[in-house]
Design a protein around this ligand. Structure first.
Ligand SMILES: NC(=O)C1=CN([C@@H]2O[C@H](COP(=O)(O)OP(=O)(O)OC[C@H]3O[C@@H](n4cnc5c(N)ncnc54)[C@H](O)[C@@H]3O)[C@@H](O)[C@H]2O)[C@@H](O)CC1
Ligand SMILES: [K+]
Length: 521
């Protein structure tokens, strides 16, 4: 569905709705339509005869909930209403009056509430403007303590629509039915424990109204299957050769962290890149060659501790080392996993290369140590930084990361880099502040080595799209999506405990293949 990729703030949603109402759609008709759609979904989840408590707030979120209460009442459910407010918006008040004429039981005190099988949360939507306090906060905490399923309308009540922060307290929903367009707060990590399973209820907002408010090319987008697949280098051209499919150089590994180099290599292998070269310390050469026979393994002189001491490439200050090839002859370079911080001198050399560059893990730690972030802007080609939260904080100590979206926009603007901040909701920003958010992942990926796999995969994709008309941040988003989808498939088959980084590499192709089953029949 095309609307799945849009993300809006409360203010943008208000503007979009205002356009619809100005164009003539009656507010009451829209509420009726939305309530009807919510009911259809509820009927698919909840069997008739169940007891459903409806939490009604003072605004139109409460109005939606009252339409739902009325419809479920007529569909044979046992419905009661909790409505503790003395003042309701006019339309909400009318719906409330009608539910009372239908003799749907209504309560103001939690101590009076009957038992229930499900709760529908219509306390607050995108109109929440301050902290939930006093008796309402106590009620929210009471409902959360009951451990019964709660379905939130639009957004769990208590969450800030834009930042996902908890304002006072918030409903811990098992399902969230987001209305019309995805609210930004639902894509923020801090909101995750409150959202449950989230789905979009599409109520036919005209695309023209969406674009009029958020622009022709929206600033913040959700990665979807469609957006991700559209950038993959598939199908391949019928006539091609290996160098046309990109030549990726990985610079990774140390005697201490040999596995990091293997995992990065396996991630790159799954990307389908035409040629793969891997620069590792000399003593790892045989190991890498045995694990990745298709790759060209470049043994580098090493420090006493077993880290790469010099890069044997033209353009690198490498003493007496024989120069193999030019660093700029690669289509893309990815560097960092398993390097250690034992030799910081290679990073400034790599940064000077003229091809697109991914820096991860120890490359980021070295970047922090030598303070080269400001110099990144001088590069002529793209640089992609892929920190997790800890690395991000070290790289950009002055940026507040409470709002992760704002944080990466600032970091990308300051550094001139594309910044991918890893996490449960990985987010990517380019220096102009265009953001992609990955809406699905699994905690199974919170495991040593899974980031190395992403670096290889991303490097390999990057190398393949360099001569195509694809924005680099779009392929970064695709790599994040592919990586997390592989994790999800692996966790479905093996549980969340069974997704070690090597296993993850084995799911990268199977997860993709399910989208291309027709082609490969
Ligand atoms: N405008 C429309 O016709 C549509 C609205 N929709 C629904 O309407 C919602 C937005 O409606 P509203 O703008 O009325 O906003 P809400 O229903 O989210 O709540 C706003 C009301 O809550 C009060 N309030 C805010 N914070 C409070 C707090 N901490 N403690 C106590 N009271 C507080 C405000 O004074 C106001 O009366 C959406 O989330 C969605 O559910 C959708 O049905 C789509 C159509
Ligand atoms: K709500």
């Amino acid at each position: 569905m095309t609307k799945e990729k849009f993300i809006v703030t409360a203010d943008q949603m208000r503007q979009i709705e205002a356009r619809i109402f100005t164009a003539g759609m009656p507010v009451a008709a829209l509420m009726e339509k939305v309530g009807g759609l919510i009911c259809q979904r509820l009927q698919a989840i909840i069997s008739p005869g169940k007891c459903i408590g409806i939490l009604v707030g003072p605004g139109h979120n409460g109005g939606d909930a009252l339409v739902v209460a009325r419809e479920l009442h007529f569909r044979g459910y046992h419905v009661w209403i909790y409505q503790p407010f003395s003042k309701l918006k006019e339309l909400t008040s009318q719906h409330f009056q009608y539910t009372q004429s239908l003799k749907i039981p209504c309560y103001q005190e939690i101590s009076q509430l009957p038992s229930y099988d499900f709760l529908i949360d219509g306390l607050f939507g995108f109109g929440l403007e301050r902290e939930i306090t006093d008796s309402i906060a106590a009620a929210v905490n009471y409902f959360n303590s009951k451990n019964q399923p709660i379905i939130s309308i639009d957004i769990p009540s208590g969450l800030h629509t834009d930042t996902g922060e908890v304002l006072g307290t918030a409903i811990q929903a098992t399902h969230t039915f987001c209305l019309g367009l995805w609210k930004q707060g639902l894509l923020q990590e801090q909101a995750l424990p409150y959202i449950g399973k989230a789905e979009l209820i599409d109520f036919d907002i005209p695309l023209a109204d969406i674009h009029a408010v958020i622009g022709d090319i929206p600033k913040i987008k959700r990665i979807t299957q469609t957006t991700a697949l559209s950038t993959l280098p598939l199908p391949r051209p019928l006539i091609t050769h290996k160098y046309k499919q990109g030549h990726l150089l990985l610079i990774c590994g140390s005697r201490r962290y040999a596995g990091g180099a293997i995992l990065t290599g396996l991630g790159a292998r799954a990307s389908g890149v035409g040629m793969l070269s891997i620069a590792v310390p000399e003593s790892l050469k045989m190991l890498l060659a045995s694990q990745l026979p298709e790759a060209l393994i470049i043994g580098c002189p090493e420090t006493e501790t077993g880290a790469i001491a010099h890069l044997p490439f033209v353009g690198c200050v490498s003493g007496s080392v024989t120069h193999l090839t030019d660093l700029n002859s690669f289509t893309a370079i990815a560097c960092g996993p398993g390097l250690t911080k034992d030799n910081i001198s290679i990073i400034p050399e790599i940064i000077q290369c003229q091809c697109p560059l991914v820096l991860d893990a120890d490359a980021l730690n070295i970047l922090t140590q030598i303070g080269t972030i400001p110099t990144l802007k001088q590069r002529k080609s793209a640089i992609i930084l892929t920190p997790h939260t800890g690395e991000f904080q070290r790289l950009f100590p002055n940026i507040d990361h409470t709002d992760r979206i704002k944080a990466i926009q600032t970091a990308a603007e300051e550094s001139g880099a594309i910044v991918l901040l890893k996490g449960a909701r990985t987010a990517i920003s380019n220096p102009q502040g265009n953001v992609w958010i990955n809406p699905e992942s699994t905690p199974a990926l919170a495991r040593g080595g899974s980031g190395d796999v992403l670096t290889g995969l991303l490097g390999g994709l990057l190398a393949q799209i360099m001569n195509k008309e694809i924005f680099i941040e779009d392929i970064v988003a695709t790599a994040a999506w592919w990586h997390s989808q592989a994790g999800i498939l692996a966790a479905q088959t093996r549980t969340e405990l069974g997704v070690d980084a090597f296993t993850l590499t084995q799911y990268l192709i199977p997860v993709l293949k399910q989208y291309y089953s027709e082609r490969y029949k």
